[in-house]
Structure formats: structure tokens, C-alpha cells
Design a binder for this molecule. Structure first.
Ligand SMILES: NC(=O)c1ccc[n+]([C@@H]2O[C@H](COP(=O)([O-])OP(=O)(O)OC[C@H]3O[C@@H](n4cnc5c(N)ncnc54)[C@H](O)[C@@H]3O)[C@@H](O)[C@H]2O)c1
Length: 441
């Protein structure tokens, strides 16, 4: 397969060397004459284990060549990977000018040939860049037709500097964001020697993947460092504690708590988040991450309130008032705060939660309810059908499987705001809006 790679930095050089080692014919393109000269001499422009030997071998056996001329590379290949830099701008957003410049170069060269061409973006970009910025540049400049003689997709790179050759052949998965199966299959052929599943998804999901992964890794490192600093500050063996923490693969190192939904609440999470940050302060340890968790959770509650308010519908049915299903605990329940806000602001509200019974509320639970929404009782109704009949808008904080089944039986395109995601698989049955996920068209 004849492949050109634009950008001979870390990603481009590693991709070039690895693909060449798999017998692809690769042309490396860069604006830096110095990097191209090094490559032509069989030397690597970047330091990575195994890379210098792989580049020397690929140059010597003719599987790899290098040029500063985009035209030469495009005319000699049928697929181009783009791996130019996308550094930070001053405001933190990504600089896309190098990508745009390559797109224009490729488009211009494509005018001189008629064979179909595949363009695969590998640089890290914000979602929407491929379809709304780069594809239009490629189409305008080349005069080609998308999905006919020009195919564009996004394929994130998961390598880590320092172990990049190993990572190239052993990624967690290969993701190809493609508009059609034809492009997916063609680009998949590049990765026949690579381990792990090859997954097709939308271009925007693929674009978001690298950033999501990197940010999550940064979050994990920061959590471990802040938590350990607080523990160490109060004389605890932080390594021992973190090793124990890592042993829990049910709730800690798992898929748990990673699906988007409503804000968290209850008697433990908000309290213990505050407690760890306070412990840090008591020992003079700054914890910006821990100290921002409850504020971020509150911002999520405000997004839910704003979404309900934007519907301009006064008759509301709220399902679920405790902090999660299966309990009558109202402490720090985001649903209770949402209900209190709506009631205070003149909404005609009815609430259904079969487990929350006013006469059973005691102690701190009762006290919290009296503080946040002392007149909760007048909004509660235990007749599900009557509550559903009331609302022109159903707001779902949480429901049991039985109540969900009842909702589906009655759905008939009823307007629904789903705060927990529980109805998202059945969204088409409702006039559905998710709190922070796509509304199906
Ligand atoms: N470095 C990593 O570990 C890593 C891992 C995954 C993804 N990424 C992403 O991949 C992209 C590339 O990262 P990198 O670290 O390889 O960047 P880099 O800065 O090392 O290399 C970018 C190369 O692009 C070249 N270039 C700029 N404009 C060009 C043009 N018009 N034509 C041809 N070449 C041009 C530059 O001269 C440079 O050699 C970035 O978006 C980065 O975020 C990087």
C-alpha cells in the first residue's frame, strides 16, 4: 500500500517506521528540510527506542523515502496520513493552522491526478474539525467529490512517547471514524499487523477519543497525587493506601461511575469530598482538584435546572426524589434541589417516588428535607398514572425497572427530560432530551 505521511514528528516518524516495517511503501513529508535530510540519511529526527534502527532499515530497503514536496508525495500515493502538530494557543485551544496548510497542499496536488485518494487525519483535534474545517478545504481545493473520489476519515493515535513502537503495534484499540464502510475497510488494511480490535465509529466520536483519554489520564494522575499528598501530610503511608485502593476492581478501577448522568448526592460522596479537601487544608496542602469536585457537581445540577426551564412548560412530573433509586435517603439529593427550585419558581409540580414516605423520614434525612424543601409532602403523589397525567413534561431523575416499563407502555412521544440516561436506549419512543448527551433526530 502506498502511503504518504505529512508531519515527521513523533507520531509521523513512528507511524512511518512501523508501517514500512510491515512492507507498506511510505513517503514521509515535512516542511523541515533538516528532518527530511536526516531521514534520507537513514537517521531518525526524534529519539525513541528502536526507531533509529527501524528508520535506517526502511530507508535502506526502499520502503521509506522522504520529501519536502507535498505534490511529489500525493502523486505517488493513494492514501495520506496527516500527523502535523496541533500545539496549544494562548487561550488553551488547539492551533489548527498546520493542519489547514497540509489540507490545502494535498488539495492542490490532487488536482493533478484522477485516482481516488484517502485522507486520514491523525493529529489530535477538537470534534468537528475533520468535517467542518478540513474536508471543505480538501474539497474546495481539489474540486473532488466526497465519498466518490475523495475519502476522508479520522484515526486517533494512542502511542506514548518512550514506548511508542510497542504502543503502535499494541494499542488499546484502533479507532477509525469513517462516513462509510468502504473508507473504514481501506484504512483498516493499514493496521493488519496491529493487535487489538479495529472499531468503526462516527468521525466526531473518533476525534474526541484522544482528548478524552489524555484528560482522563491527567485526572487519574492528579487524583493520585493530591490524595497521596493529603494522606502523606497526615502521616499515612500513601503508597500502601493507594495499593489497597487499586485492588478494588468492582468500583474503583472499573466502568463504574463513568456513564454520564445526573449529579451525585447522598450522605457520603459530597461529605467525604469536602472532608479530604479539609484534611489537606489542615496540613497546608493545596488540593485544587479535590476542592473543585463539589463545585463541578453543583454546576451539573444547574445545567439540569436550566434545561427544564428552557422548555417553558409549567406542568412538570418529576420521577425520583431521593438521591438514587432504591433508597429514601434525601440527603444531598440533586433531585430534591431541582424540585425545590421548581416549586419556589411557580412550577406546577408533582413528584413520584414510591420509596420516599414522609412518615418514615427520620433524623438527618428528615432534617435535610425540612431545610431544602419543607413542603415536599404536598408535591408527592403515589399514584403513578395520576402523576404522569399531570405533567406536560416528564423529568426523570431515576426510576425502577417496573416504572420504566410503565413509562414505555405509555410513551406515545411524551416530552421527556432524562437526567440519568435510563431512557436513552428507548429515546425514539419519547420527545426525548438527555441532560448532556445527544437527542436522537
Ligand atoms: N507525541 C505524542 O506522543 C502524540 C501521541 C498521540 C497524538 N499526538 C498528536 O499528533 C500530532 C502530532 O504530534 P507530534 O508530537 O508528532 O508533533 P511534532 O511537533 O513532533 O511534529 C509535527 C511535525 O509536523 C511538521 N509540519 C508542520 N507543518 C507541516 C506541513 N504543512 N507539512 C508537513 N509537515 C508539517 C513539523 O515540521 C513537525 O516535524 C499532534 O496533534 C499531537 O497532539 C501526539
Amino acid at each position: 500500500m502506498k502511503t504518504s505521511i505529512f508531519g515527521m514528528g513523533y507520531v509521523g516518524c513512528v507511524s512511518a517506521a512501523c508501517l514500512a516495517s510491515e512492507h507498506h511503501h511510505v513517503i514521509g513529508v515535512d516542511v523541515s528540510q533538516q528532518k527530511i535530510n536526516l531521514l534520507r540519511e537513514g537517521r531518525s529526527p526524534v529519539e525513541e527506542e528502536q526507531l533509529p534502527e527501524m528508520i535506517r532499515k526502511a530507508i535502506n530497503n526502499g520502503h521509506l523515502s522522504a520529501t519536502t514536496d507535498p505534490r511529489e508525495a500525493i502523486l505517488a500515493t493513494d492514501l495520506s496520513l496527516i500527523a502535523v502538530g496541533t500545539p496549544s494557543r494562548e487561550d488553551g485551544s488547539l492551533e489548527l493552522c498546520y493542519l489547514k496548510s497540509v489540507a490545502r497542499d494535498i488539495a492542490l496536488a490532487l488536482k493533478e491526478k484522477t485516482d481516488p485518494h484517502f485522507v486520514v487525519i491523525r493529529s489530535t483535534v477538537p470534534p468537528g474539525t475533520t468535517e467542518h474545517i478540513l474536508t471543505p478545504l480538501l474539497l474546495e481545493g481539489s474540486g473532488r467529490t466526497l465519498d466518490h473520489d475523495l475519502f476522508v476519515c479520522y484515526n486517533p493515535e494512542f502511542l506514548r512517547e518512550g514506548s511508542s513502537i510497542k504502543d503502535f503495534f499494541n494499542p488499546p484499540f484502533t479507532i477509525i471514524g469513517a462516513r462509510d464502510q468502504h473508507t473504514f475497510q481501506r484504512v483498516s488494511q493499514l493496521y493488519q499487523g496491529v493487535k487489538g480490535a479495529i472499531v468503526r465509529c462516527s468521525i466526531q466520536a473518533a476525534e474526541s477519543m484522544k482528548t478524552l483519554c489524555n484528560v482522563f489520564h491527567a485526572l487519574k494522575i492528579t487524583f493520585a497525587n493530591e490524595a497521596a499528598s493529603v494522606l502523606h501530610g497526615c502521616g499515612t503511608d500513601a503508597m500502601e493506601a493507594m495499593e489497597l485502593f487499586l485492588k478494588d476492581d468492582k468500583l474503583n478501577i472499573s466502568r463504574a461511575y463513568l456513564r454520564p448522568g445526573f449529579a451525585f448526592g447522598g450522605s457520603c460522596l459530597p461529605k467525604d469530598v469536602n472532608a479530604l479537601a479539609a484534611l489537606g487544608r489542615a496540613h497546608g496542602i493545596d488540593t485544587p482538584l479535590l476542592s473543585s469536585i463539589n463545585a463541578s457537581n453543583h454546576a451539573h445540577l444547574l445545567r439540569a435546572i436550566s434545561l427544564v426551564e428552557r422548555q417553558q412548560e409549567k406542568k412538570i412530573t418529576l420521577l425520583g426524589i431521593s438521591f438514587k433509586p432504591g433508597t429514601d435517603d434525601l440527603r444531598e439529593s440533586p433531585a430534591l434541589r431541582l424540585a425545590a427550585h421548581l416549586a419556589r419558581n411557580g412550577y406546577d409540580l408533582r413528584i413520584y417516588d414510591p420509596i420516599v414516605c414522609m412518615y418514615n423520614l427520620l433524623g438527618a434525612n428528615l432534617h435535610h428535607m425540612q431545610r431544602i424543601m419543607p413542603d415536599l409532602e404536598r408535591y408527592l403523589d403515589y399514584d403513578l398514572d395520576r402523576v404522569l397525567d399531570h405533567g406536560a413534561l416528564w423529568v426523570i431523575a431515576h426510576v425502577t425497572p417496573q416504572v420504566k416499563k410503565h413509562l414505555l407502555d405509555r410513551a406515545r412521544k411524551s416530552p421527556v427530560i432524562d437526567l440519568s440516561g435510563i431512557l436513552s436506549p428507548d429515546a425514539a419512543m419519547f420527545a426525548y432530551q438527555g441532560l448532556c448527551w445527544k437527542t436522537p433526530s
